[in-house]
Design a protein. Structure first.
Length: 470
């Protein structure tokens, strides 16, 4: 044990000396910080791994289901839980420092900067907590931040599909400016020194001046962005026609556009490395940030639902089967693969199917569901009638009786909702013969009695008002 702590201390010191950790940290999965790799696992544990080998340095239990994203600031690690709890751990030892509870389930990831932790909840609140103690510093009510956040030294930029893009003072919680959601923003914001960018359903990227919120430019793209923008000298994003595009930060003009070779909604650009795109089925490709030329391609044997994370001369990916993959950042060659625990499986018995109420973003309908399970933040189901449920888009009203129904093997489980923190994010079951799965910010949690294994549930109090320190 002493040897592990000594190794961990050396790695942490090296990370601090050579800038492996960031002053402002948005939670990542996995997180490369302090000379280590961290990941929150479906087995309720937080794992610390050696970045060069994947060997486990330590593991600590949070005592409940946790989200996979980890944020780091000032030698501390922060994770959220679907129950509405925030956990703080020592980055060196993994010792638990504190647990704080907010009003509802949390939209991960957390943000940690300058000794404070920032988070949004499903009931429409934005919180600031003291990083040392977990004490609430302020809460801003009635700001439903469902698309994500970015942070600079002078403002938090919070994106809402309802209220648009907000700039919030991180010290007080007061609103600095708001850009209403007239263009139907649909991505998390990306921030550089002189611009904050966000994607929209009208097929454009929008750029705003960070201090004032004034619009700087609109991209006027030919194809709709499907990934959130990523900024590192230019604005990068993937498109619906499977291209990777780069825009000039100042003007929004197209610099280059290249084919990726696969569909990708997850992208990472860094100041010192390639632009990285990954698909849900584990295909990964690296591109030169100046020209768009592809440097290499690789693949991992797992479903991937999180953006690639560069660091330590490697690129890290987290698979839904609780596996961390490391590939060489220069060549794409696999360096190591390591397990981060075994995910629990939750099964609903009996199977009460669900009525599609306020379902976003996926809506599936089927006459017969044989099994539903929750594993590694993905809800999965199988059908008893060999009919694959049809996806109902906003512009259509498909049912299981459509001619496009497809025969499938009933032993196969199909992912229908990824990104859910827990069942409390889903609409409550009833005795309807339809099934709809999605997020709902003001609907009650499923009862504990419907789970064969214990799962977190949370209350959903209504709240309104402005920022306060209570």
């Amino acid at each position: 044990m002493k040897m592990k702590l000594l190794c961990c201390a050396v790695l942490l010191l090296l990370g601090l000396l050579f800038g492996a950790s960031s002053q402002a940290d948005i939670g990542e999965c996995p997180l490369s910080a302090n000379g280590l790799i961290y990941v929150g696992s479906g087995d309720n544990n937080l794992y610390a791994m050696d970045p060069n080998s994947g060997n486990q340095i330590w593991a600590v239990s949070a005592g409940e289901q946790i989200d996979p994203f980890v944020a780091s600031d000032g030698g501390k690690l922060y994770l959220s839980a679907p129950s509405g709890n925030v956990h703080a751990f020592d980055a060196l030892t993994g010792n638990s420092l504190w647990v704080a509870t907010v009003s509802a389930a949390i939209n991960p990831p957390l943000i940690a900067q300058n000794g404070s932790v920032y988070l949004s909840t499903l009931d429409g609140n934005l919180y600031a907590l003291d990083g040392a103690s977990g004490t609430q510093l302020w809460v801003l009510n009635s700001v439903f931040v469902d698309l994500g956040m970015a942070i600079g030294q002078s403002a938090i930029y919070a994106a809402s599909s309802v209220g648009g893009l907000y700039a919030i003072d991180p010290a007080s919680g007061n609103q600095i400016w708001n850009q209403p959601n007239q263009a139907s923003f649909n991505s998390s914001p990306a921030l550089a020194a002189n611009v904050v960018c966000i994607g929209a359903n009208d097929g454009n990227l929008y750029a705003f001046d960070p201090p004032t919120g004034n619009q700087l430019w609109v991209s006027g793209l030919q194809y709709t962005p499907v990934s959130p923008p990523s900024i590192a000298g230019a604005v990068y994003f993937t498109t619906a026609d499977n291209n990777l595009d780069a825009l000039d930060l100042t003007s929004g003009n197209l610099l280059w556009s290249v084919p990726i070779g696969f569909s990708s909604t997850m992208l990472t650009a860094s100041q010192s490395g390639p632009v990285l795109a990954v698909s849900n089925d584990g295909q990964l490709a690296a591109f030169d940030p100046s020209t768009g030329a592809q440097s290499w391609s690789a693949s991992v044997s797992a479903e991937v639902n999180f953006p690639p994370v560069p660091g330590n001369g490697a690129v890290y990916l987290y698979g839904l089967e609780q596996t961390v993959f490391a590939v060489d950042a220069a060549s794409g060659n696999e360096l190591w693969t390591a397990s981060a625990g075994t995910p629990p499986v939750y099964t609903i018995q009996p199977i009460n199917v669900i009525s599609p109420i306020n379902v976003l973003p996926l809506d599936f309908v089927s006459p017969a569901i044989s099994s539903i399970s929750y594993r590694a933040n993905v809800l999965k189901y199988s059908t008893t009638d060999n009919v694959y449920p049809q996806k109902a888009s906003p512009s259509s009203d498909k049912t299981a009786g459509d001619a496009a129904s497809t025969a499938v093997d009933t032993s196969t489980a199909y992912p229908v909702f990824s990104g859910a923190s827990n069942f409390s994010n889903l609409v409550q079951p009833n005795l309807s013969n339809d099934m709809g799965v999605g997020t709902s910010d003001l609907l009650p949690a499923w009862p504990d009695s419907s789970l064969s294994s214990s799962g977190a549930t949370d209350s959903d109090p209504a709240s309104s008002g402005s920022a306060s320190n209570n």
